[in-house]
Design a protein around this ligand. Sequence first.
Ligand code: CTP
Ligand code: MG
Length: 160
Amino acid sequence: MNDLLMMAFWSFVLIFPAFVANSVPVLARGKRPVDFGRSLWDGNRILGDGKTFEGLAVGLIAGTAVGALAGYPLQSFLLALGALVGDMTGAFIKRRLGIARGKPAPVLDQIDFVIGALAFVYPVYPFAPEQAAFLVVVTPPIHLIANIGAYLLKLKPHPW
Ligand code: CTP
Ligand code: MG
């Protein structure tokens, strides 16, 4: 029991900068889309208006900063960058599936950034496989609760 609690605790410590990097972009109210407004052959936007340079900048800075304060700047930079790249990969997949910006893609919306963050940090911090499994399982409910909170605070137009 104690071992499981410790594993859970350190998993949250590990992923925290990625959670921050994924949460703050909505506050940026960005206007410059990363895909420059362009579409692909399927007629859908490459990424859509929900992925902006302003969002990337605040996410990278905030995510890196929290981890740097805790004393691990390189890991947190990679976690933040990976979270943002994972989130954009999720948006790319949604657009290819014809899912409009802001419309839900259950599971993908909740774990794209965790997968990205873990993949980017692994080379400098080879975490245990059970930590990755734990985070992939516990992140969706946490993400959902956080988004309902953001919706109630009128930060997001939908509770997902
Ligand atoms: N955001 C941003 N830049 C990013 C990521 C997010 O500006 N790189 C902002 C956008 O305003 C976005 C909001 O944060 O609408 C919430 O992010 P998310 O839920 O990932 O975007 P969605 O609007 O749901 O768009 P998508 O369908 O592409 O996921
Ligand atoms: Mg979304």
